[in-house]
Design a protein around this ligand. Sequence first.
Ligand code: SF4
Length: 198
Amino acid sequence: MISLLLHACCGPCSLEPVRLLRAEGFEPTICWTNPNIQPASEWERRLSTLRDWAANVAHVDVVVAGDDRAAWERAVAPAGFDRERRCRACYALRLSESCRVARELGFTHISTTLAVSPYQLFDACGETLRALASANGLTPVWRDFRPHYAEATRESRELGMYRQNYCGCRFSAAEAAIERHAARDERKRTRAEARVRI
Ligand code: SF4
């Protein structure tokens, strides 16, 4: 087994990456560094969900790394609703802290659970992980876990895990709320049109 530090964004997104990486011959240790998650109560809830699952179900160690919220406000928040620029900066902040921890703890390989979510900017995240891993003398283990997202959703529901409905920052919470409202309006419009046809 090759030891690997796995940056994790939350519990539900960790299920499949941990299983698949183990099947490949890696033994992951989870690294939590997510200063993007707002508000603080949400950060605590996601970490607690992750820790419960890691300790009682997956039997995987969790390292809680730095969560520099001031750095997130400086490096990421100014991008506002420019999603590409904002998320690239957010990935860079979290994965750079993960690389620092990996080096400090003697890991040679690094990965992230962000690669399981179809809602993330997959290519931007992969480029960021590769660049930072190379700058830190680490081997990036970048896999497309997205085909396993549906299974992660099913299993996390079955386990009764808390599942959030936005990525993490205040901008993503606003964007997700707008999308939900738009979807609800569309459903109403479709129902109204169907009634007219009857
Ligand atoms: S949407 Fe997610 S990845 Fe992008 S900046 Fe917000 S928390 Fe970070």
